[in-house]
Ligand binder design. Sequence first.
Ligand SMILES: [Cu+2]
Ligand SMILES: [Zn+2]
Length: 224
Amino acid sequence: MTANIRDRVLVFAVLVTVALVLSAQGKAQAQGGTSAKPAAPSKEGNDKSSSQKTDANYEENDIDVNKPGGARGPKIPWVIVQMVNAKGANIGRATITALNTGGVEVKLDLSDLPPGEHALHFHQVPKCDPPDFKSAGAHFNPEKKQHGLENPKGPHAGDMENFSVGPDGITTATVNDPNVSLGGKNSLLAHGGTALVIHAKPDDMKTDPAGNSGDRIACGIVSH
Ligand SMILES: [Cu+2]
Ligand SMILES: [Zn+2]
């Protein structure tokens, strides 16, 4: 009988120990869960730790599509520009990427444009007030040159080749500008940024100051 009682006590003790261990684990998990759930303290903590990261801490080519102005990696900084038309309606976007060879590539993904050839420039003021977009100022020209890729006294840093829009009003054209950067010489992002402007007509590539390219029909701010 005593052996039987001792066995029962042993079994009871083991069960209590197991129960205590399980309950301790449960509490630990519950505490972990509740400390992760409240948005305020946990998120603040995350933001602090991420804001302490400098750009130098990111690996090369580490691109975060959720970061506005997204230039993270030291080698391929890029900026997305939302373009609006004269009515102030969004017509798509331009993606500006710094090229390893210098300069930038401008990839257009736009719709609702008049078919045909159009001028494309960087203008000096990061302000796009429809309908005329005069707020964007003159062509981006930090080197004080004249307008036009074919002008012997040119070009403005913001001058580019024309691009064309299909009969459907859509363009996916890519245009390069070898004379600007996203952080180096003639940076599009310095002094608050610049504006990317599309004109009604093509650029004649030589007439100062704007290549006879007509009205400004679309505009987007280039900034961080
Ligand atoms: Cu222009
Ligand atoms: Zn120009």
